[in-house]
Write a protein that binds this ligand. Structure first.
Ligand SMILES: Nc1ncnc2c1ncn2[C@@H]1O[C@H](COP(=O)(O)OP(=O)(O)OP(=O)(O)O)[C@@H](O)[C@H]1O
Length: 221
């Protein structure tokens, strides 16, 4: 992952999300550069909704108060495509008309010039997640766990200013899960990129080592 020029914290300032008059969640938290803010809570408690807010693609059915900031820059009204958020959905889709490697090359910023250089970055990214030699494969021929790793690297090569990860390791077996999360967290740390991580797995939270916020427990209050 490309280092951010000027690493900055990501702040959720007094964010309250309501749906049909009911408060879904209220959060105030900061992820420092390279730090992971882990979000845990029961199914339906609003974890994915919080990521949608942070990414700028929240369904207008939700009512929101509060702000999201990167450093001092208020992103709340900035369109999703101008936020530089690296987003990984729970069930990521790979582009079926591109090769596995092509999916990653596509996400590399245009500032990185040269076909050869871009291919090399993608090949290295695949190698890092145990997929050396997969560059020319058709995405449809991959297992769920292999697709998840490609999608993860596609997000990491995109030079994000912050990462929003929704259960990114859930399709991986225990050994791969451990390796992959270590890779993601160490890359984010080196690049100075803050992460909001949604997970059901306490071991992910422990490996992340940052703060953990619980949603859904006080939402009905
Ligand atoms: N577009 C939408 N319009 C209306 N309600 C929605 C919409 N998306 C989600 N919801 C509702 O908002 C609530 C929060 O959903 P969300 O997907 O954020 O929960 P979650 O904590 O991520 O759940 P899970 O762990 O099962 O993924 C749920 O009650 C869900 O039914």
């Amino acid at each position: 992952m490309q280092a951010v020029d000027d690493p900055m914290p990501l702040t959720l300032a007094d964010v309250t999300i309501r749906l049909s008059g009911r408060t879904l969640l209220s959060v105030s938290a900061t992820a420092m550069p390279g730090e992971v803010l882990t979000v845990m809570g029961p199914s339906g408690s609003g974890k994915s909704t919080l990521l949608a807010f942070a990414g700028g693609f929240l369904d207008p059915a939700f009512r929101v108060t509060g702000r999201i900031l990167i450093g001092d820059r208020d992103l709340t009204d900035v369109p999703a495509n101008e936020r530089h958020a690296g987003i990984l959905f729970q069930d990521p889709l790979l582009f079926p008309h591109l090769s596995v490697g092509g999916n990653i090359v596509f996400a590399i910023p245009q500032a990185v010039k040269g076909h050869k250089m871009r291919r090399q970055i993608a090949e290295q990214a695949l190698e890092q997640v145990g997929l050396a030699g997969f560059f020319d494969r058709d995405p449809e021929t991959l297992s769920g766990g292999q697709k998840a790793r490609v999608a993860l690297q596609r997000t990491l090569v995109s030079a994000p200013h912050y990462l929003l990860l929704d259960e990114p390791f859930s399709k991986l077996d225990a050994a791969l899960r451990q390796q992959t999360r270590a890779l993601v967290f160490s890359k984010a740390k080196a690049a100075g990129v803050p992460i909001i991580l949604v997970t059901h797995d306490g071991a992910d939270a422990e490996a992340a080592g940052g703060r953990v916020i619980e949603v859904g427990t006080e939402a009905e209050a």
